[in-house]
Design a protein around this ligand. Structure first.
Ligand code: TRP
Ligand code: SF4
Length: 338
């Protein structure tokens, strides 16, 4: 059997996953998982989540299971994909320390992702950012290389982090020998989903997200509050679907035939917005329902979720240990080795 390509990716456990995550990354991960060509590892990055949420320890801890349940509900299959918890792999922390000699502070400060995030997080960091946050690209490089990750499916915002990881690998290999694999980023972003309010991004903090775990009523309520063509007041006003979030979502969740009808009827003033929204809510609900049902099962059986995490983490620990041996040998940090 040919060796499968190792995929390494993950998420910070900052909350339940929404349909932005689904279309943005989960869908692609599931597709890659099911292709049979890859050996995917997904980490729940709890240590990284603490880099800007260092006081929110209970929340991060709780969200580890929330994210795991979302993965399982969406179709991550642990027969094919290994899910593990970052903090349980002490080798990653050790590697981070080794790599920290290979990166300058100026280079980290220039990393576009880090730069943007620091600017956004003034409320957390004030005038001076922590060493841990500034250095999280280094620990992310450890996340990837500790597992010989070859492909890293990420969103566009993460590309500078993968680039920095590649630099660290090249530097390491040039000093200590060809030990590490230089990973490649693959854009996992299928689509970037706008919020129901028309915001370019869907997010918890923006209050415009539909979660994989939302109930039928919650979905319906959210859809009813979506932004439509503001010029339409009466039902027979002619509308412009292109500026309506309901139409935008119809294109994601409704059949082609339906989408066409929505468009034509809206333009002709032959469709009421309330009915249009009801129809959309129904379609979104139909798409999410199987995930919600699966998720509810895992919510009732937390022991199954914990078992999945335990098994995945154990497997990951074995892989990390092997990498660490190679690394320490290369760095001559293997004093007692015979
Ligand atoms: N930084 C990623 C995020 O915020 C999470 C992450 C941590 C990650 N380690 C990783 C992603 C390694 C890919 C590979 O979503
Ligand atoms: Fe939007 Fe539908 Fe109303 Fe047209 S009819 S503005 S597509 S909600």
């Amino acid at each position: 059997m040919e060796k499968k390509i190792r995929i390494l990716t993950g998420d910070r456990p900052t909350g339940k996953l929404h349909i932005g995550h689904y279309f943005g990354s989960l869908q692609k991960r599931i597709e890659m998982q099911n292709s049979g060509l890859y050996d995917p590892y997904i980490l729940i990055a709890d240590v990284q989540a603490l880099t800007d949420n260092f006081k929110k320890k209970k929340k991060v801890r709780k969200n580890v299971r929330e994210v795991a349940m979302d993965y399982l509900a969406a179709g991550i299959d642990t027969k094919k994909t290994t899910i593990y918890i970052q903090s349980m792999i002490s080798e990653v922390a050790e590697l981070t320390v080794f790599y920290s000699n290979l990166v300058t502070i100026a280079r980290l400060q220039r990393n576009p992702t880090v730069k943007t995030e620091i600017a956004q997080k003034r409320d957390v960091f004030g005038e001076s950012v922590t060493y841990g946050f500034l250095g999280y690209p280094v620990s992310q490089a450890a996340d990837i290389t500790c597992f010989d990750g070859e492909l890293v499916p990420v969103g566009e915002d993460q590309l500078p982090l993968i680039e920095q990881c590649r630099e660290i690998v090249r530097k390491f290999n040039s000093i200590y020998g060809e030990v590490l694999i230089e990973p490649k980023a693959v854009l996992s972003s299928g689509k970037r989903i706008k919020g129901l309010d028309g915001n370019e991004k869907m997010g918890k903090s923006l209050g415009n997200a539909i979660y994989l775990s939302d109930s039928e009523e919650e979905i319906s309520k959210k859809v009813m509050s979506a932004v439509t063509d503001p010029a339409r007041i009466k039902k027979d006003d002619k509308g412009n679907p292109d500026i309506c979030m309901v139409y935008y979502y119809h294109q994601l969740f409704s059949k082609d035939e339906e989408v066409k009808n929505v468009c034509e009827e809206c333009k002709a003033g032959a469709r009421g917005c309330v009915a249009c929204k009801r129809q959309l809510a129904k379609n979104i609900n139909n798409a999410i329902e199987p995930m919600r049902v699966k998720r509810a099962y895992y919510e009732e059986h937390p022991e199954i979720v914990d078992e999945v995490l335990k098994e995945g983490t154990k497997k990951a620990q074995r892989v990390a240990k092997q990498t660490m041996e190679k690394v320490k040998q290369a760095m001559r940090l293997d004093y007692f080795r015979k």
